[in-house]
Design a protein. Structure first.
Length: 335
């Protein structure tokens, strides 16, 4: 997984269409004002990306600006990730494609958590040292709901949106998403009926997918190959852990190699799958404890532990103190 965000050059054009000058946003963000003039790819760190969206909030008087950026009515202007999603068999397949190919462009995960008759869709910024700005949440949620609506012909609507922070622009959000919105939530979440994730997409296009999949897979392979094998495995584990504890066969499948080949390459790198699993869990645990208000039981679940006690024991062995005490101590230090 890359440690930088790749920004589309189309973003500047979209901002101008919405009446916002990119230079004003960049100036407010403290970023180079000629950033979008570069011929090469536009690459930002997590900190710079967050600054960009804080700058957008300061430069625009429209509270719905990010919702509009994330909603693309013209299919011909979809990026490759959007095309991969909208041509999927179902909404669940679309989300899986989005999660897979995000590895090419950013240190961000898209997670789907099934609970009872509901499915919760959440984004996590793996290298963030602070909470994500509201506008970046707006854009990500608008994109997901836009894919759901286009693919299903408008048949899929979220059950509710849960947002962190104080209540703001409730009518705007509820009008855009067509569902209730709650605030002061533990995490930014889109909640769908579980059955809607398996609803077939009317836009399913296997021929178009066959045409673009090789290019996406090749680019993903190049992105993964740029990392050492240990970092590749650890990045993939962070993607897979919220769905349950992954086995080496699961990671090998995602990396397009056999489990035996992966085992050999890890041995050549003087590491083991178990060491990398523990490393991924430790890094994610620290991230969740510092950057979210998730309950400890939920954190244990997202790290692939069967129960909270196993997580408490593991975390105490890593950090020398239980997770709740560690969170309190480090939150106090950060403030």
């Amino acid at each position: 997984m890359t440690n930088r965000f790749r920004i589309s050059a189309m973003l500047a054009r979209k901002l101008e269409e919405l009446g916002v000058q990119p230079e004003d946003v960049l100036r407010q963000a403290g970023l180079p004002t000629r950033l979008f003039d570069r011929d090469e790819k536009i690459i930002l760190s997590t900190e710079e990306l967050f600054a960009f969206y804080r700058g957008l909030a300061a430069a625009s008087s429209d509270p719905a600006i990010a919702l509009k950026l994330g909603t693309e009515p013209r299919l011909e202007r979809y990026n490759p990730l959007g095309i991969a999603a909208v041509t999927a068999r179902s909404f669940r397949d679309a989300l899986a494609r989005m999660a897979r190919y995000k590895q090419m462009t950013c240190p961000e995960t898209l997670e789907v958590l099934d609970r009872g008759d509901e499915s919760r869709v959440e984004f996590r910024y793996l290298l963030a040292q602070e909470a994500e700005p509201p506008l970046i949440v707006d854009l990500a949620f608008a994109f997901v709901v836009g894919i759901a609506r286009r693919g299903s012909g408008g048949a899929i609507t979220p059950r509710r949106i849960e947002l962190r922070g104080a209540a703001r622009n409730r009518r705007m959000y509820e009008a855009h998403f067509g569902c209730p919105v709650t605030f002061d939530a533990r995490h930014n979440t889109i909640v769908f009926a579980r059955a809607d994730l398996d609803r077939p997409f009317l836009t399913h296009n296997p021929d178009l997918w066959t045409a673009i999949a090789p290019q996406l897979d090749a680019e993903l392979s190049r992105a993964l190959a740029s990392d050492a094998i240990g970092e590749q495995v650890k990045g993939m584990l962070k993607q897979l852990l919220p769905r349950g504890r992954p086995a080496i066969e699961d990671v090998a499948k995602e990396l397009r190699m056999s489990a035996r080949t992966l085992q050999r390459r890890l041995a050549e790198a003087s590491t083991t799958f178990q060491q990398l699993l523990q490393g991924a869990r430790r890094e994610l645990a620290r991230h969740y404890l510092l950057n979210s208000s998730l309950e400890l039981k939920e954190t244990a679940y997202l790290l692939g532990y069967e129960d909270a006690h196993s997580f408490f024991r593991a975390f105490s062995s890593w950090e020398g103190r239980p997770p709740g005490e560690w969170r309190t101590r480090h939150t106090r230090t950060a403030t």
